[in-house]
Write a protein of this length. Structure first.
Length: 98
């Protein structure tokens, strides 16, 4: 083998911000898939139409909690790629502690 062939299989280092963004993106997709596949269980759609989610009444507070649970990781994908490292680290530690 020549050096050229070996170089094509080199893995360049991936920045930490890209790794964080990939991890959060995976989490958001997993979260969405769980919700999506839950709709296939018998009676779930009827409960949604009746205003019930997982035995909870659908209220503005419940919807706000759901929005925070999905919105924060989605927002962190963007923030972890665009913020400077020092600010990114502080925000990641803060969000992770929640």
């Amino acid at each position: 083998m020549t050096n050229r062939n070996l170089e094509t299989f080199d893995n360049p280092p991936i920045p930490l911000q890209a790794k964080l963004a990939a991890a959060r993106t995976s989490f958001v997709f997993l979260y969405i898939y769980v919700d999506y596949y839950n709709l296939f269980k018998p009676g779930v759609i009827d409960d949604l139409r009746a205003g019930i989610v997982f035995e909870f009444d659908i209220t503005p507070i419940l919807l706000t909690v759901f929005l925070a649970l999905t919105g924060i990781p989605a927002l962190m994908v963007v923030l972890s790629t665009v913020l400077p490292a020092r600010v990114n680290r502080a925000i990641n530690i803060s969000v992770a502690s929640l």
